[in-house]
Ligand binder design. Structure first.
Ligand SMILES: Nc1nc2c(ncn2[C@@H]2O[C@H](COP(=O)(O)OP(=O)(O)OP(=O)(O)O)[C@@H](O)[C@H]2O)c(=O)[nH]1
Ligand SMILES: [Mg+2]
Length: 340
């Protein structure tokens, strides 16, 4: 056991140090170099890997997936329960395809009932595990209350389903928030002691927000891919339609900008979606508010802010995110609907 701890410490520690001192090597844009199904290079052997991303609510799972695939297609916000259903996010590099399964944050049966969450919160992590080649558990290194133990809901799920049948990696996220980086080595040590039943093949320390350490993680996953055909064609990067991604992104930005429970009660409806001649995207989205005062909150002018009002601010933020998702200009019109 002691040997194992030391070996983990050294591997995790050296990775962290290597990252601190080495320059990031820019990888080629995957979309430029992937082989399309009609290409004649039949001698190239394709590889793929399916990665189930699990973690507590708000651990940074979606931000991490976006960073790993280099597109913002998974909605992320500062509030919990942003991701409501499993989403496949796909990244291709040379002959290898990585399929990340982003999942809703793990909750207990009690929380499911109390917050009236959809069944997907309970089912989707399990569904993802069933098809995964590897599981990545995302741990919020900033959260002092939870960072040194695996979330009990995740532990129960893993114990019930796959324990040690498929490889698992532990990913400490939000390391940019740690003032003393030595804390990470202590965390690794405690984690291994506390979760004896789980064997991690490797431990990573990343900041999904800044991208620190994520190139290493991506390379590790590319190297772990198995020889087999790709599940998705090379140009596909999500199992969701553009329209769904737009709707979810607007919802996430509203979650960022509105206080407390307010954004959870809004209805977001895509009214119109169009792609222009240059693949530019134009969309119109209605935000339907359950109460007049919420509609007022969205359209009231922001004093001392550069952008007019909250809804305009949401539109600007969502457009920016969607441009990064689709790599094309996006024009978004948001309409606030108030009850009569
Ligand atoms: N400082 C910092 N913040 C991060 C990092 N990763 C994610 N965040 C922030 O953490 C918040 C939650 O991120 P998400 O990616 O939505 O987290 P999630 O685990 O997908 O959350 P749910 O889908 O609600 O379970 C957002 O405000 C992110 O900007 C990180 O590495 N550093
Ligand atoms: Mg999420």
């Amino acid at each position: 056991m002691l040997f194992m701890i030391e070996s983990y410490m050294i591997r995790a520690g050296s990775r962290y140090l290597r990252r601190c001192f080495s320059k990031n090597v820019a990888t080629k844009d995957s979309q430029e170099i992937i082989l399309q199904p009609h290409d004649n290079f039949t001698s190239v052997r394709r590889k793929s890997l399916k990665i189930a991303i699990l973690g507590a609510p708000n651990a940074g799972k979606s931000t991490l997936v976006n960073q790993l695939i280099k597109r913002s297609i998974c909605p992320a916000s500062s509030k919990v329960h942003t991701t409501q259903t499993k989403a496949d996010a796909i990244y291709c590099e040379n002959d290898t395809q990585l399929i990340f399964m982003d999942t809703p944050g793990m909750v207990s049966a009690k929380e499911l009932k109390r917050y009236k969450l959809a069944d997907t919160f309970r089912n989707d992590p399990k569904v993802s595990l069933a098809t995964a080649d590897i599981v990545g558990i995302v741990q919020d290194a900033q959260n002092m209350y939870t960072r040194d133990k695996i979330n009990p809901n995740i532990l129960a799920l893993l114990t019930e389903n796959i324990i040690n049948k498929i490889p698992m990696i532990l990913i400490f996220n939000k390391v940019d928030k740690l003032k003393k980086k030595e804390v990470l080595l202590q965390l690794v040590n405690i984690m291994i002691k506390n979760s004896k039943s789980l064997k991690f093949s490797d431990i990573f320390m990343v900041s999904a927000l800044t991208g620190d350490g994520t190139d290493d993680l991506r390379t590790y996953l590319l190297d772990s891919a198995k020889p087999r055909d790709w599940q998705y064609e090379g140009h596909i990067y999500s199992n969701y339609k553009c329209e769904d991604i737009i709707q979810q992104t607007v919802r996430a930005k509203l979650m960022d900008i509105l206080p407390n429970e307010v954004p959870y009660n809004l209805k977001i409806i895509l009214e119109h979606f169009d792609t222009g001649a240059d693949d530019n995207i134009m969309a119109v989205v209605t935000v339907s508010c359950p109460k007049k005062n919420i509609a007022r909150l969205l359209i009231r002018r922001n004093i001392n802010k550069l952008v007019g009002n909250r809804i305009k601010q949401v539109a600007v933020m969502a457009e920016q995110e969607l441009r990064h998702a689709f790599r094309t200009p996006v024009r978004l019109r948001l309409i606030v609907q108030s009850p009569t």
